[in-house]
Design a binder for this molecule. Structure first.
Ligand code: ATP
Length: 757
């Protein structure tokens, strides 16, 4: 025994020496990055020329990112070591480090050389004799876990120092913090397959609750950014999650993994300028999410390209300008035939229509001058006038310009081919039963969509807005002019600043440099912005890779929008068909993806539940069997500490019950999950329900993807009854707990939970 203790102390000592040395290298790398950043700004006075300034900004951005990365890996810098049969030992960490001889001494977890750490098993050790997990507290090595694959292959000293409790189970037992942590130290083989799957094509990760789909997807983002740095740093990675609460929950994982080139969003925020959070009623959501809505939006755009009932008549200064019906119809067909988006085609249409109006004006003038009534003798003047025929191209152009300034003319044009924003098109469409009836394909229950024009945006509207934006097109000529003006203004301001600083004698280098850098950053087209900043602001940005989490919730129309963001169709789709709660959500992956991928997607399944203990999972399996018998529940990796239970109690008794549960879990956190209609009533009993608070009250939709040490499910019958998806909602609710589950009911316990009775 004493021998083993000595062995452990020796091992801890020796690992501590290595770890301290690695932290020393990290500190040195940080100092170097800081120094370079200072040099970029301080070096050599004012930089002449725009190109040089842009280059400096880019270089400063790179150094700042490197520094952020080095700072993000402070906690748990090195977490593993693999010993190869050849005698070579490799340390694995959150980032790669080299020593002063440029030798690689810490391997980034994403590098190919780190792979055996994740995939070696007793039956297939991948050349390893031992895998060692190092547990760090601050910079101290406080624990070691060993898994030995080949005892004979180890030295006597190492054999003596063997220590270990399975690192995974230790990680799983830790209390929950309200923020997801990274699991780089304990990634499992099946998850590793997901994380390191090729960038090309679409990967679907189907897995039950708690199987690590979200952690695997986020680690995959970090892995892909590391492995395909060039492509993805330029194009960025988009992560689509179910709601803002979820994004906050996972938000800390990626920076902690050392990556900053990722945009996180929800479907409700994918159209810049709109932040939709409300959901439609289920019947409306189903119609709105139907792919045929693309036809409806296209129909609505065409419906705004009109021809007057008879001839077009514009009254101008007592003249009646008339354009025949057939001419108007011909102009519309010609403008449509160019196949440009509506707002772009409008330019062509307006040009042509103004020409016709110019001719119409000439004709009207002619009619108004009743020549033969004039008392003149000159035979030349009595010849019939042909003002229209006399117009040359220049006349028509000048007349067109003049006419375009006339409010009457503008009104007429806007009535026939208006400039439209997506917001206006969609809100007016949904408020017009007449238009909906005219453009909806047969069999689509458009009546469900009708609502007032000022109704707030819902998540289901966002794909419609995106569709409309595609068809309307953005007229960005004004923006481009504004950008040019801004650059010119910047140059002027800089000149002025230079003069002021010189004349007042404060033109010392540092100050001056900062002033001009700042000016540029604010006034310019974004040279100093990161890929993520630029991508997030641009609806038409083409991402290098898109990850969709809780992907079962997306409607067919939402998929259409997502696919537009990733023309290369490089995607990771992560979800669980057994947890679909949205009325327009997925019943099968093929149904959603095949319209774009035509069957060309691969699937990985995750089958082990790392969150919910076996006792709770048995309850969940009963629910699943009743409501989605075709789906397999995942297998729990561990037994729990307490049997789940049901308590008959009025809602007013919740505070006491919750207080007792909190006392039982010690430091952890508790989630109260309620039916949608009862959240407000329950939340009033727990005032400070922020995501970081010890007690959070949530609907099932809000709880999706989250987890808590203890969960109290309130009114299971209410959850079952709230929609057609009620059974799946209950399944989601009971699978949020990592340690304890209590179901609170006022009436009878639903039969599906009879195990708790
Ligand atoms: N390899 C691992 N090592 C340590 N913890 C892990 C591992 N895999 C998963 N976990 C933990 O298990 C929990 C569940 O993971 P995650 O939230 O990714 O599951 P999920 O499949 O997305 O679940 P859901 O379908 O309910 O959203 C998390 O706390 C996660 O940190």
């Amino acid at each position: 025994m004493a021998n083993r203790q000595d062995g452990l102390a020796e091992a801890l000592d020796s690992e501590q020496r290595t770890v301290s040395w690695l932290y020393g290298l990290l500190d040195a790398a940080r100092e170097r990055a800081e120094r370079s950043l200072r040099q970029v700004y301080a070096g050599g006075g004012a930089v002449a020329g725009r190109q040089a300034r842009v280059e400096r900004e880019v270089s400063a951005g790179e150094q700042a990112r490197r520094l952020a990365q080095l700072n993000a890996v402070e906690r748990g810098l090195c977490f593993g070591r693999i010993d190869h049969g050849s005698g070579q030992n490799v340390y694995i960490g959150r980032i790669g480090l080299r020593d002063e001889h440029h030798e690689s001494v810490l391997i980034d977890w994403r590098a190919p050389a780190a792979r055996p750490f994740y995939v070696a098993t007793a039956t297939d050790p991948d050349g390893l004799v031992r895998r060692r997990h190092l547990h760090l507290k601050d910079r101290r090595v406080v624990g070691i876990d060993d898994e030995v694959f080949d005892l004979d292959g180890m030295s006597e000293g190492d054999r003596r120092a063997l220590v270990g409790e399975a690192a995974l189970l230790a990680a799983l037992r830790r209390g929950r913090t309200g923020r997801m942590g990274d699991v780089v130290a304990t990634i499992q083989t099946e998850q590793d397959r997901v994380i390191r799957s090729s960038l090309q094509g679409a990967l679907v990760v189907q897995g039950g609750p708690g199987t690590g789909k979200t952690v695997a997807a986020l680690h995959r983002a970090a892995y892909l950014l590391y492995t395909h740095r060039d492509t993805l740093e330029r194009r960025g990675v988009l992560v689509v999650g179910p709601n803002a609460m979820f994004l906050r929950y996972i938000g800390q994982v990626l920076p902690a993994l050392g990556e900053t080139q990722v945009v996180m969003t929800t479907v409700g925020e994918m159209f810049p300028g709109v932040r939709a959070v409300a959901d439609d009623a289920p019947a409306a959501a189903v119609v709105k999410g139907d792919l045929r809505m693309a036809e409806v939006v296209a129909g609505a755009v065409r419906e705004r390209q009109r021809v007057a009932g008879g001839e077009l008549v514009v009254e101008l200064d007592g003249l009646r300008l008339r354009v025949p019906h057939e001419t108007c119809a011909r102009l519309r067909e010609r403008a449509r035939a160019v196949r440009l988006p509506h707002n772009m085609a409008r330019k062509l249409y307006v040009t042509e229509l103004l020409k016709e109006l110019a001719k119409a004006e000439a004709r009207a003038l002619e009619e108004s001058l009743h020549i033969d009534e004039l008392e003149v003798d000159d035979p030349e003047l009595t010849e019939p006038l042909d003002l229209e025929g006399d117009l040359d191209e220049l006349d028509i152009e000048l007349a067109s310009r003049r006419l375009w300034e006339e409010p009457e003319v503008r009104r007429a044009v806007d009535g026939l081919w208006p400039e439209l924003t997506p917001q206006r098109l969609v809100s007016e469409l949904l408020a017009s039963p007449r238009t909906l009836a005219a453009v909806a394909p047969q069999g689509l229950a458009w009546q469900e969509l009708v609502r007032p024009v000022e109704a707030p945006w819902t998540v289901g509207d966002v794909p419609l807005l995106d569709e409309a934006a595609e068809l309307l097109g953005e007229d960005d000529s004004a923006r481009r002019v504004a950008a040019r003006v801004a650059v010119e203004e910047l140059a002027e301001r800089e000149l002025y600043a230079r003069e002021v600083l010189t004349s007042t004698g404060v033109a010392e280098e540092g100050v001056f440099e900062r002033a001009d850098v700042l000016a540029e950053r604010h006034a310019d087209d974004g040279a100093g912005l990161t890929t993520a900043d630029r991508a997030a602001a641009d609806r038409t940005w083409a991402y290098g890779h898109v990850i969709v989490d809780e992907a079962q919730e997306l409607s067919p129309m939402a998929w259409r929008m997502v696919m537009r963001r990733v023309p290369a169709k490089s995607l990771t789709v992560v979800g669980d068909l057994a947890q679909t709660g949205a009325a327009a959500g997925a019943r099968s992956w093929g149904e959603m993806l095949d319209p774009y991928l035509e069957g060309r997607w691969r699937e990985e399944r995750l089958l082990v539940n790392y969150r919910t203990p076996a006792e709770i999972m048995r309850v969940a399996a009963d629910v699943l069997r009743a409501f989605a018998p075709e789906q397999e529940p995942p297998v729990s990796v561990r037994e729990g500490e307490a049997e789940p239970r049901a308590v008959r109690l009025p809602v007013s008794g919740l505070p006491d019950l919750v207080a007792r549960e909190l006392a039982d879990i010690g430091e952890g956190r508790l989630g109260v999950v309620t039916p949608d209609a009862r959240r407000a009533e329950v939340a009033r009993l727990f005032p400070d329900g922020d995501l970081d608070a010890p007690v959070v009250v949530l609907t099932v939709t809000q709880a999706k993807g989250l987890e808590f040490d203890a969960v109290v499910v309130v009114d299971p019958a209410g959850i079952l009854a709230q929609s057609e998806q009620g059974g799946r909602d209950l399944y989601v609710a009971v699978t949020r707990a990592t340690r304890r589950l209590t179901v609170v009911h006022e009436g009878e316990l639903p039969p599906v939970l009879s195990r708790l009775g």
